[in-house]
Design a protein around this ligand. Structure first.
Ligand SMILES: Nc1nc2c(ncn2[C@@H]2O[C@H](COP(=O)(O)OP(=O)(O)OP(=O)(O)O)[C@@H](O)[C@H]2O)c(=O)[nH]1
Length: 315
């Protein structure tokens, strides 16, 4: 479909607890890898937009950072960014990990599931306070028999904040068509907001940094992945059609640097290999990726670092 055929266009914010599946859903709606998906929580630090086209509607999806109890400055900035995205949207989807609610109904929620339930309840309270009515998407329905979700729907409907409920699996695509059509119907009339072939408005440098950070999150353990950032320092298009990307991984301590490098530099080499494979696929051309590790004890407190990852500092 060409640009002229788009008659409606707008923004859809996907909000929800960390690990609810927001990035997976965004990627499914867009049909390409845009947001970063990992099994760890709080991957997304800023609204990543993907552009999906459904019939004559263009949907700009804002994949918001996880909304959760904020203590540290960085966490508070993430929450603020999440609600900012929801306020400006034409349509808001509250994405819920339904498997946590089913586990609660059947009496055996895990620790992580209990956190997820608390976060969902907090989001519902905040929606209630804000007087917002949104779509409820119960995700991960591939994990349990469908009849177990009925009492969950009843429990969640009590708050009166949901206009419509959708049962989906962002992972295998079940039920996503209906949700997609409902979101499309909410888009206001107007011309396309982005060229139709553009899947992400996230600057490519930022996206490339996120790819490397995803690989680090998958390979490193405990808290370390949350205590580092990746910055794309240079991006050079070459005459032979390839691109040379140089990135610095900033950590808070010398010990962390050693962990990121791995024995004899083996870990960073593997991270670089995996990131390069993804980037080559995304950019559809050869990529030369160079990674460096730098120690900066105070990066989390530095204003320019926040702005570099798209967050406000004064929160
Ligand atoms: N079984 C199943 N797993 C899913 C589904 N959707 C997402 N997941 C998994 O849940 C985990 C979290 O998914 P993400 O998409 O990263 O979650 P998120 O809400 O974006 O997480 P944050 O960025 O931390 O806020 C990943 O391991 C996904 O593969 C689903 O429909 N079914």
């Amino acid at each position: 479909m060409t640009e002229t055929e788009i008659r409606r266009a707008g923004f859809c914010a996907v909000i929800g607890a960390p690990n609810a599946g927001k990035s997976t859903l965004t990627n499914r709606l867009v049909g390409a890898k845009v947001a970063i998906v990992t099994h760890k929580v709080q991957t997304t630090r800023f609204p990543v937009r993907g552009v999906a086209q459904v019939g004559d509607a263009q949907i700009v999806i804002v994949d918001t950072p996880g909304i959760f109890a904020a203590k540290r400055r960085l966490d508070r900035a993430m929450v603020k960014a999440a609600w900012g995205g929801a306020d400006e949207a034409d349509c808001v989807v509250h994405l819920v990990d339904a498997s946590a609610w089913v586990a609660e109904q059947t009496g055996r929620p895990s620790g992580a599931q209990r956190h997820s339930l608390e976060d969902d309840r907090r989001v519902i309270e905040q929606l209630k306070e804000a007087g917002k009515r949104v779509f409820l998407a119960l995700n991960k329905i591939d994990l349990f028999p469908h009849d177990q979700v009925l009492p969950v729907i009843a429990a969640l409907s009590e708050a009166g904040v949901y206009e419509e409920t959708f049962l989906i699996s962002a992972e295998n695509g079940e039920g996503v068509d209906r949700l997609e059509a409902a979101i499309a119907a909410r888009m206001p009339e107007g011309p396309a907001l982005y060229p139709p072939d553009q899947i992400a408005d996230l600057p490519m440098r930022l996206l490339a940094a996120e790819v490397t950070r995803e690989k680090l999150m998958l390979r490193l353990h405990q808290e370390l992945p949350y205590q580092l950032m990746v910055d794309t320092e240079s991006w050079e298009e070459r005459g032979d059609g390839s691109v040379r990307i140089q990135q610095v991984i900033i950590v808070g301590r010398d010990g962390h640097k050693a962990m990121v490098l791995g024995k004899g530099g083996s870990l960073i080499k593997e991270i670089g290999r995996l990131a390069r494979l993804d980037l080559t696929q995304m950019l559809e051309r050869p990529v030369h990726l160079f990674l460096f590790v730098k120690v900066d004890e105070r990066w989390q407190e530095k204003r320019e670092r926040y702005q570099g990852i798209g967050l406000e500092f004064d929160v």
